[in-house]
Structures are given as structure tokens and as C-alpha cells.
Design a protein around this ligand. Structure first.
Ligand code: DGP
Length: 116
């Protein structure tokens, strides 16, 4: 389930420190180290899958738990009412840089559209 060479798996195990803001049996949420908004949290499944689509194929209920955790984070961070953006970068053109499924929770300012 875990990949010892995967950065986010190592955050799940505690080998690499992170500012964890939320955790469930199947998910972990921590602050992005390169924040792009006043609130920028990553929600990841504890199981290793390379992207969100692969997670759906392997275990769709866990993606639902990731989305539910993202909303819980938004509530805790005080941005659920003002609004927030969930992003799942996938592949090179999607600007994915870490190949462990994750959802960005971005908020605390008005998001532009279209994205860059
Ligand atoms: P993506 O480009 O969608 O794959 O986003 C990966 C994000 O992960 C990026 O915004 C920066 C963040 N990140 C990379 N390494 C670390 C780390 O070691 N700790 C934390 N907290 N965030 C990281």
C-alpha cells in the first residue's frame, strides 16, 4: 500500500514532518509547503495511488472520504461559507509534481478563472 520512495507516503508514516490539520482512518490533510492562497491544504489518501483517477479505480469510497475531509478542512479553516476550490492536478499538463493522489484545498481569497 505504501511506497517507501513516495514523499507523501513518508508524510503519512511520519518519516517526513508536515503541519497536519486533519486526519481520518483513510486520509491525512496537511498545509502545502508552497502556499498559493491564504488557505492551502493538501488532502491525501493514506493508501498510495498515483493520482485521483487511479484512486477511484482502486477504491472509490476513499476518494469520497478525501472530498469529505476536504470540506471538513474548509469548515475548520473558516472558508466553507466564503467558498473554496478543490484541485486534482493530474499528469504533466495538469502540473502534477507529486505522484501520490492529492486534492488541493485553496481559499481565503477570490480564485481567478480560467486557472493559469
Ligand atoms: P501537485 O503539483 O498538484 O503535484 O502538488 C504537489 C504539492 O505538494 C505542491 O503544491 C507542493 C507540495 N509539496 C511538495 N513537497 C512537499 C512537502 O514535503 N511538504 C509539504 N507540506 N508540501 C509539499
Amino acid at each position: 500500500m505504501a511506497d517507501p520512495d513516495c514523499l507523501f507516503c513518508r508524510i503519512v508514516t511520519g518519516d517526513i514532518p508536515a503541519d497536519i490539520v486533519h486526519e481520518t482512518d483513510t486520509t491525512v490533510a496537511f498545509r502545502d509547503r508552497e502556499p498559493q492562497a491564504p488557505v492551502h491544504v493538501l488532502v491525501i489518501p493514506k493508501q498510495h495511488q498515483p493520482n485521483a483517477a487511479a484512486l477511484v479505480e482502486a477504491d472509490p469510497s476513499v476518494l469520497a472520504e478525501v472530498i469529505a475531509a476536504a470540506h471538513d478542512v474548509a469548515v475548520a479553516e473558516g472558508i466553507a461559507e466564503s467558498g473554496y476550490r478543490l484541485v486534482a492536478n493530474t499528469g504533466a499538463d495538469g502540473h502534477q509534481s507529486v505522484f501520490h493522489a492529492h486534492i488541493h484545498v485553496l481559499g481565503g481569497r477570490t480564485m481567478g478563472w480560467p486557472p493559469g
